[in-house]
Design a protein around this ligand. Structure first.
Ligand code: S3P
Length: 173
């Protein structure tokens, strides 16, 4: 791949993809794009309504289609939904079209974050706090093989935002 003009941030729900993506975009003076927001704009519906009214399969098709549309973007940091890399050819597409960054956090940390802010996420609906960590461990186990194929894996317990910026600078400049 030539010098990347797109960065795809991937990782489990609650790993901080949008927050980190926004900060990284500011740092690089690139634009920031949230894939879920693009999907919502296209559908004219909130993600949770897409799930409840049209179903997950419809959402995944829309997610894949919207991801493909980012091919024409340049100088953009794109935060993806937690499931995006794990369906169809999405991860292959991201690996071929930009710099992929996995924000890695263990299940107990993800649980702490999601217990506070998980409410709007359709996949977590109906999962009590007592079952949340177990759900995350299983789902993360299923998804790890896609996440860990990212070009850059950031252990968020060890690497602060400055460290991430330094690594990214080396890879894209
Ligand atoms: C999903 C994660 C969500 C959103 C949708 C499905 C997933 O995004 O795309 O609810 O399958 O993990 P966040 O990771 O931003 O919560």
């Amino acid at each position: 791949m030539q010098k990347a003009d797109k960065i795809y941030i991937i990782g489990f729900m609650g790993s901080g993809k949008s927050t980190t993506g926004r900060r990284l975009a500011d740092f690089l003076k690139w634009s920031f794009v949230d894939l879920d927001e693009l999907i919502e704009k296209k559908a004219g519906m909130k993600i949770r309504d897409i799930f409840s009214e049209k179903g997950e399969e419809y959402f995944r098709l829309s997610e894949a289609e919207t991801l493909k549309e980012t091919e024409s973007f340049s100088n953009a940091v794109i935060a993806t939904g937690g499931g995006a890399p794990c369906f169809g050819e999405n991860m292959k597409f991201m690996l071929e079209n930009g710099l992929t960054i996995y924000l890695k956090l263990p299940p107990d940390k993800l649980k702490d974050r999601l217990a506070k802010s998980g409410g709007k996420r359709p996949l977590l609906e109906g999962i009590g706090e007592d079952k949340l960590e177990e759900y995350i461990s299983v789902k993360l186990g299923e998804r790890e093989k896609w996440y860990s194929s990212a070009k850059l894996i950031i252990d968020c317990n060890k690497t602060a935002f400055n460290g991430l910026c330094n690594m990214v600078k080396k890879l894209i400049v």
